[in-house]
Design a binder for this molecule. Structure first.
Ligand SMILES: Nc1ncnc2c1ncn2[C@@H]1O[C@H](COP(=O)(O)OP(=O)(O)OP(=O)(O)O)[C@@H](O)[C@H]1O
Length: 284
């Protein structure tokens, strides 16, 4: 998808919010849109999603299916969660049975099962945001546009956002996401686009970035969860190995023991060691 010399303003004589923006997002790419409050991030995302039409310029090669998750889900609609999601699934082109199946699957995945019969205006802000995520994913989009997707979500659902993004990318889709809270460390490999004074510039990662390897010892039973959490936080998992030399007493139940890569450990069965490398841009 390409934004070609895109200009946008909300009113005919109003100030231009976007002034000649050019950008290209390829299949399998995720780009984070950064910038201070009110600079035009939401506006740019809405133009990209096709929610707003540019005053000048154009958006070319936008994928046919766009998933749009607004910053604030418009919950003032007189439907139950199930009715709304089923309607959105049908609008996305799914047949009746496929729509029901998709709604059930996504409601379950996002913890909305018990909310299906609740009307949208009665939802909490976070639950409404989950409905917003679900409606965008009912049929996998070729372009997923997420405006501050972590806002108001509980911890479990925040962990899910990078997973959803990965699924869209794995299907050859593109993702645009705005974020002012620094959550984007969870999106390793994302391009970073900065909005300022109506223009868009791409931040290039520093060429001299160095990495460090941190060895983390966790009880064997917690390896899968730890690996998933570290990946979600943008770390690379280099390898996981069993290590019977680490004493259980050395492992705190809540906080994994951390020792330098070259460090030694004493004897005890039941430990495993995950070796991880911090993601690009992360503070050491
Ligand atoms: N519906 C609207 N009508 C008129 N002006 C608007 C409208 N929506 C946004 N604006 C103005 O456009 C500019 C860009 O707003 P936008 O919401 O895109 O910024 P943002 O970078 O997403 O901000 P934030 O970080 O606070 O979400 C702001 O000056 C805002 O006041």
């Amino acid at each position: 998808m390409r934004l070609e010399n895109v200009w946008f303003r909300y009113h005919r004589r109003g100030p231009w919010v976007l002034r000649g923006v050019d950008a290209r997002i390829g299949p399998g790419e995720v780009a984070i849109v950064l910038g201070r409050n009110g600079v035009g991030k939401s506006t740019l995302l809405q133009v990209a999603a096709g929610v707003l039409r540019p005053g000048r310029g154009r958006v070319a090669d936008r994928p046919a299916r766009v998933g749009w998750v607004p910053e604030r889900f418009p919950a003032d609609q007189p439907f139950t969660v199930a009715r709304y999601l089923t309607g959105m699934a049908r609008m996305a082109g799914l047949g009746r049975a496929a729509a029901d199946e998709a709604v059930t699957a996504w409601a379950q995945r996002l913890g909305l099962g018990a909310m299906q019969t609740v009307r949208l205006p009665e939802l909490s802000k976070g639950t409404a945001q989950k409905v917003g995520l679900a409606q965008a994913m009912l049929r996998r989009p070729g372009l997923l546009v997420l405006d501050e997707p972590w806002e108001g979500l509980d911890a479990a659902t925040r962990e899910l956002v990078p997973e959803l993004i990965d699924e869209v990318l794995a299907g050859g889709g593109s993702v645009l996401v705005s974020d002012h809270r620094g959550e984007t460390v969870r999106l390793p490999g994302a391009r970073r686009l900065s909005v300022a004074d109506g223009s868009l510039t791409e931040e290039t990662p520093p060429a001299d970035e160095t990495f460090a390897v941190v060895e983390v010892a966790v009880p064997a039973a917690r390896v899968a969860g730890t690996v998933a959490r570290l990946r979600a936080d943008g770390h690379q998992i280099l390898r996981v190995r069993a290590d019977t030399s680490i004493a259980t007493a050395q492992l705190q139940p809540a906080v994994p023991a951390i020792r330098p890569a070259a460090g030694s450990a004493s004897e005890q069965p039941g430990g495993a060691t995950a070796v991880v490398e911090p993601a690009a841009g992360e503070a050491q």
